[in-house]
Ligand binder design. Structure first.
Ligand code: UT7
Length: 417
């Protein structure tokens, strides 16, 4: 029996292979191949990959027989480096979305009373009008669990139907246990594993692609991915350069196998550039500067940002990865139905959208309502897109982010329901 295989965009660059065998390149698979269905489960096997690769490798000029290495079907020897998607057994879709923001509002008028700023400056330079802020005692796991419950309710599933919970955050309740463990407990999800993922504003995209690998390879049926941050816990409300920007919020999605390849995740590009680490960071409290009276006195437990450096990088890089992603999938900006970017600054979103030639109606902007909720922005913006009727089954969606690290991400998908 034969079934269609849709190549899933995993990047399998194998670096640092032994010198004797030379440089390796990730394998390349055409977007659609056929593979024999294994009745005992969808397992990658060497013979199956060879079969698929026999169709794929000639496309990139590689000779299959001489390239397949005995013990590792994922590495291939070649003179040239080729970065291409590798196959997945299953196409993955987002099957549910839930979001949560705390009810308390912090408006620009409130901030005018706290620091030397103005409603006009904040709106003109950032696009933000208000943010939601937790009450003392409410933590990231609380927002995350609430968003997760809403996603579960939408899908009609119980928490124990999940097999893994991934929490994207830079504001975990504490260093350990992980927020994923706390969320698991709050949800009463039995038999589930999970972990936190730290990639700042790109963390939700990274967590979605990480969770998708478990579903794609057939090891997990359902994965819960949550982006949640209580940024107000690490903001200095006497620093006007940062306190006007951030808010608190969370969003959760459920990842599952797509019933057919007309919907689901299509492709992604991720990139980090650690040389930008000093432009946006929280210096205190880690192993480099453990918490002390001195770190607190120096306000090292707060967010520090060189706004202009981040802004310039974000404007350049976000458009660059999106363009690359569109081009390699044979798409134009005008093909996108919903552009759902990280909400850091309205000017960054508009600059990216203009450069990509996105239709005005496809641009999802809700920074005015929520500010920058770090890992929460993209699922919150998905919710806004849905409320605006811009996410329908089959809608072509482009997600994009740039954040502390620097971390960069772009994902392409077709909305599944
Ligand atoms: O999600 C994580 C990634 N983060 C980002 O993407 C943030 C990227 N950066 C930005 O969004 C912008 O750089 C900011 C919104 C942070 C700042 O906007 P800007 O247009 O780059 O302002 P600036 O830092 O160049 O400052 C311009 C002026 C300065 O005054 P002087 O030196 O010209 O007199 C600042 O002191 O604006 C002043 N300023 C403010 N004035 C009123 C800075 N913050 C404020 C404020 N209210 N809140």
């Amino acid at each position: 029996m034969w079934e269609p295989l849709l190549a899933f965009p995993l990047w399998a660059e194998r670096r640092g292979c032994d010198a004797a065998s030379g440089p390796f390149v990730p394998l390349s698979i055409p977007r659609r191949c056929m593979y024999p269905c294994n009745p005992e489960g969808q397992q990658r096997s060497r013979w199956f990959l060879q079969l698929v690769l026999a169709k794929a490798l000639p496309d990139i000029g590689l000779d299959i027989a001489s390239q397949v290495r005995h013990n590792n079907p994922f590495t291939f020897q070649s003179e040239k480096r080729v970065s291409q998607p590798v196959p997945a057994i299953t196409r993955v879709k987002i099957s549910a979305l839930g979001t949560y923001v705390p009810p308390r509002l912090l408006t620009n008028a409130d901030l005018e009373k706290m620091v030397e700023t103005s409603n006009d400056w904040i709106i003109e330079r950032t696009g933000i009008r208000q943010r939601h802020i937790v009450d003392p005692g409410t933590a990231t796991s609380d927002l995350a669990a609430e968003a997760a419950k809403r996603a579960l309710a939408e899908r009609g599933l119980s928490a124990s139907d999940m097999e893994a919970i991934l929490v994207a955050t830079v504001t975990p309740d504490m260093f350990f246990p992980s927020t994923a463990c706390l969320v698991q407990d709050k949800l009463g999800a039995r038999g589930v594993w999970g972990f936190d993922l730290s990639a700042a504003c790109s963390a939700f995209l990274y967590a979605v692609q990480t969770g998708a690998q478990f579903v794609a390879t057939g090891t997990h049926k359902r994965v819960m991915v949550i982006g949640a941050d209580v940024m107000s816990s690490i903001i200095d409300y006497t620093d006007r350069a940062t306190c006007v920007i951030f808010g608190d919020g969370a969003g959760a999605v459920i990842l599952e196998e797509a019933e057919d390849d007309s919907v689901g995740l299509i492709d992604f590009i991720h990139e980090v550039d650690g040389s930008g680490g000093c432009s946006l960071y929280m210096p205190g409290g880690g192993s480099l500067h453990p918490s002390s009276h001195e770190t607190v006195d120096k306000k090292m437990h707060f967010v520090h940002q060189d706004g202009q450096a981040v802004f310039k990088f974000a404007v350049r890089k976000q458009a660059e990865v999106c363009e690359k992603l569109l081009t390699r999938n044979g798409l134009k900006g005008s093909d996108i139905d919903a552009f759902i970017p990280h909400q850091a600054n309205k000017r960054i979103i508009t600059a990216t959208a203009d450069r990509l030639g996105l239709r005005p109606e496809s641009r999802i902007i809700n920074i005015d309502c929520y500010g920058n909720t770090t890992a929460g922005t993209i699922p919150l913006a998905m919710q806004t897109a849905r409320e605006q009727g811009k996410l329908k089954k089959g809608s072509l969606v482009l997600l994009a982010s740039v954040g502390a690290g620097f971390t960069v991400g772009a994902s392409l998908l077709r909305w599944a329901y």
